[in-house]
Design a protein. Structure first.
Length: 329
């Protein structure tokens, strides 16, 4: 009898520890999950003060009442130009371009060109600025220093420092939907612009960015920039992009959209050595390719309307299959 009681207590202890591990499970961002990819991204934004998000584990952040004041787009393209030899991606919009380098240790700003709204300023970095250190998880802390120069009337040298802290993790509720396993990163940045001729400007930024592996931009960014007066900028992925990712594969091998699809299917794989197959309902292979890119655009113009299955096999052997509906009407 005592033996049975001890065994039961042991099982309860194991069960309790298992439950605790589930409760305490936290996301760790990595380069495959958050790197910026080529493509077009759309954001909603406003300039309303939001305050400091709650910190800690298993938090629910409710920003469902955010109101959209402005919709803006950003387009990412691969970059291999000689102007910024270390950069691999250019992100641009109506205001200008930012050039990024990316590797397993983080995402970095190599250069910024502002050439819109009456401005023409190039920020040339002599010590790159970290946009996101990787890998990163709750309670991680990373410090970074950066330097650059630019001309705005006169020549300026900028010296800055950043501190990134894993602020919390949990569930994020936006006007566009709810996302789980989200990591909030606090970013404190201070920089000094010195003309060398007696004019010095000090700026302080406090920002909170909400990331999830599989989303290749922050889901939400709350930014307060103090340059004597405080400017608030809040930006979040719009409903179309959010729905695309949330309705796609829950596995870690790929995401696809739109679904149902017409003449084109967009595929994002997390491993650029994946094999992509599409089968019809009879199990016949109607499309196959060895992907060397993280994004693929598949021409469906020869596909008949109906149900298909998209199968992706990563280089490690991980496999996932999702149903695809093709509607050619």
């Amino acid at each position: 009898m005592n033996h049975k009681i001890k065994s039961m207590k042991k099982l309860l202890l194991i069960f309790s520890l298992a439950c605790a591990n589930v409760l305490l499970a936290q996301p760790t961002l990595n380069i495959n999950g958050v790197q910026f990819l080529p493509g077009s991204y759309s954001f909603n934004s406003n300039s309303e003060p939001q305050g400091v998000p709650e910190s800690g584990p298993n938090v629910t952040w409710d920003y469902s009442d955010l109101t959209n004041e402005l919709l803006f787009n950003s387009t990412n393209v691969s970059y291999n130009g000689s102007g910024y030899p270390n950069a691999s991606l250019r992100a641009y919009n109506d205001v200008g371009s930012t050039y990024f380098s990316q590797n397993s240790t983080g995402i970095f700003v190599e250069a910024i060109e502002i050439n819109g709204q009456g401005l023409n300023i190039d920020f040339n970095y002599t010590n790159v600025e970290t946009r996101l250190p990787l890998p990163f998880s709750y309670q991680s802390e990373v410090e970074d220093e950066f330097t650059c120069n630019f001309i705005s009337g006169v020549s300026f040298d900028r010296e800055g420092s950043s501190t990134f802290t894993g602020h919390g993790y949990g569930t994020l509720i936006l006007p566009t939907g709810t996302v789980t396993d989200v990591l909030c990163i606090k970013h404190i940045q201070e920089y000094v612009d010195d003309s060398g001729m007696g004019f010095v400007a000090i700026s302080l930024r406090e920002a909170y960015a909400f990331y999830k592996n599989g989303f290749h931009y922050p889901l939400l960014n709350l930014d307060a920039l103090d340059i004597g007066t405080v400017t608030y900028t809040n930006a979040w992925l719009n409903s179309e992009v959010l729905e695309v990712i949330e309705s796609s594969s829950v596995a870690e091998t790929f995401m696809m959209y739109p679904n149902p699809a017409g003449s084109v299917l967009n595929l994002k794989v997390f491993d650029n050595q994946s094999t992509v197959n599409i089968f019809d309902v009879n199990g016949r292979t109607v499309y196959t390719t060895q992907s060397s890119l993280l994004t693929e655009t598949i021409d469906l113009s020869t596909f008949e309307s109906g149900i298909y299955f998209v199968n992706v096999v990563s280089s490690s052997g991980a496999t996932s299959t999702e149903k695809l509906v093709v509607n050619r009407n």
